[in-house]
Design a binder for this molecule. Structure first.
Ligand code: NCD
Length: 304
């Protein structure tokens, strides 16, 4: 397995199979893994806000017997003094065995990875990629639907800036018989580089503006937040933020075994009344994130 995980394509489908199998073993018997990382240190370098990603990484390392250090905002690191990302990671490599890094700039993880020898995981680089959210999503789909192929997946909301969407599409393109239904306002459609991948590879995808129309066809609905922090203009954000609100009445149009996923945090795009629907899978998804990150840390540190 590669030691620098920047995009989901840095993992082969065989790596992904192994990570999902290992995650299942961890879920069945977490105690068996409780000391695998004794004496190892994970650094979490978060130049951008996070709840699930940072805390699930930290929880994962602590659950493996390792220790964690790091920072949760750029303001509390030397970035505030003007230090480059390259210098920050070169320094942190002296203090840790593995690094998880989130940064608002696309490509920051690639720059950082080129400077160091220790394993580095991109925990989100701007509107670009977020491979461990994708592993979380794949584990959720695998556990709840039983397979990753022959599924119709609707991705809804901010497909332009949503890095979790970009990474999940890239990952799901490698499984047979997957259909993509891309639901967004015109202004928030997928970036051209993802559209070219879909077109050039001859993938089955449609674009839609109305969620109601496509709802009955979906096996999975992947809702996303409109990414306020990536807009150039607040008025555009305000105009587009409530483009989609999933509520009980829309859920009535869906298959009885469809699952609703969301990387979280949610703002308004899923009404809280949907939380009690057995098809709502987003908090289970958050829980799976810890186990798949445990699996990834084990593999990258070669202690599995
Ligand atoms: C996502 C992210 O940071 O890209 N959150 C997460 O990692 N679970 C999605 C988002 O912020 O909307």
């Amino acid at each position: 397995m590669k030691k620098k995980i920047i995009s989901p394509l840095d993992l082969s489908t065989q790596d992904i199979d192994e990570l999902l199998t290992l995650s299942d073993r961890i879920i069945e018997n977490p105690q068996a893994f409780a000391h695998k990382c004794d004496g190892k240190i994970l650094a979490t370098l978060f130049f951008e806000p996070s709840t699930r990603t940072r805390l699930s990484f930290e929880s994962a390392m602590l659950s493996l017997g390792g220790q964690v250090l790091g920072f949760s905002s750029a303001n509390s690191s030397s970035a505030a003094k003007g230090e480059s990302v390259a210098d920050t990671v070169r320094t942190v490599e002296c203090y840790a065995d593995i690094i998880a890094m989130r940064h608002p700039k696309e490509g920051a993880a690639t720059v950082a990875a080129a400077k160091i020898d220790c394993p580095l995981i991109n925990a989100g680089d701007g509107g670009h990629h977020h491979p461990t959210q994708t592993l979380t999503d794949l584990l959720t789909i695998h556990r709840l639907k039983g397979h990753l192929d022959n599924l119709t997946i609707g991705l809804c909301g901010d497909l332009k800036f949503g890095r979790t969407v970009h990474s999940l599409i890239r990952a799901m393109m490698r499984y047979q018989g997957v259909k993509f239904v891309l639901i967004s306002p015109k202004e928030l459609q997928i970036p051209d580089y993802i559209r070219s991948d879909l077109e050039d590879g001859g993938f089955d995808f449609v674009e839609a503006e109305r969620l109601e129309e496509v709802m009955p066809t979906l096996d999975i609905l992947y809702m996303t937040r409109v990414q306020r922090e990536r807009f150039f203009n607040e008025d555009d954000y305000i105009r587009l933020r409530d483009s989609y609100i999933l509520d009980k009445s829309k859920m009535e149009l869906a298959k009885s075994d469809m699952i609703v996923m969301h990387p979280l945090p949610r703002v308004n795009e899923i009404s809280v009344e949907v939380d009690d629907d057995p098809r709502a899978a987003y908090f289970k998804q958050a829980k799976f994130g810890r186990f798949v990150r445990m699996a990834l840390i084990l593999k990258l540190l070669e202690v599995a």
